[in-house]
Design a protein around this ligand. Structure first.
Ligand code: SF4
Ligand code: SF4
Length: 118
């Protein structure tokens, strides 16, 4: 069973807003802020930590925050006064939102934190 119910579009919003627990622990860095390991190929988010680590560390990333196992972000967005759960948006909407954040067209959405296991 998937850890998170909504699929991951690899939009990159999670890592634009906060660093995951694995990199926080590895480099003793704070949670808030864009992760330096995030990079984009076109609109697809990638993680250079994932690229460089061995299978054990990848397993840890899967276990700790379910990388590749659905959308783990916990954030709300608003449009026309209606509140939406970011994780539940379509892939297209997530990617568009990230494009706008990257182009500084919109600020950070109302962001709570990432879904810890609930
Ligand atoms: S915010 Fe969600 S959909 Fe976007 S890359 Fe992160 S986990 Fe995937
Ligand atoms: S290390 Fe990778 S998964 Fe973790 S926050 Fe940075 S880019 Fe995201």
């Amino acid at each position: 069973m998937k850890k998170y119910p909504y699929s991951c579009s690899r939009c990159g919003m999670y890592c634009l807003m906060e660093r995951c627990p694995v990199i926080m622990n590895l480099f003793n860095i704070k949670k808030k802020g864009k992760c330096s390991k995030l990079y984009f190929i076109g609109d697809k988010a990638n993680c250079s930590l994932w690229d460089m680590v061995d299978e054990d560390k990848r397993e840890e990333m899967k276990e700790v925050f379910g990388i590749g196992d659905g959308c783990c972000i916990k954030a709300r967005v608003y449009k026309n006064g209606i509140e939406y759960n970011f994780a539940a948006l379509s892939s297209e909407m997530k990617i568009r939102a990230v494009q706008q954040v990257r182009e500084n067209k919109i600020g950070v959405i109302n962001h709570e934190s990432f879904n810890e296991e609930e």
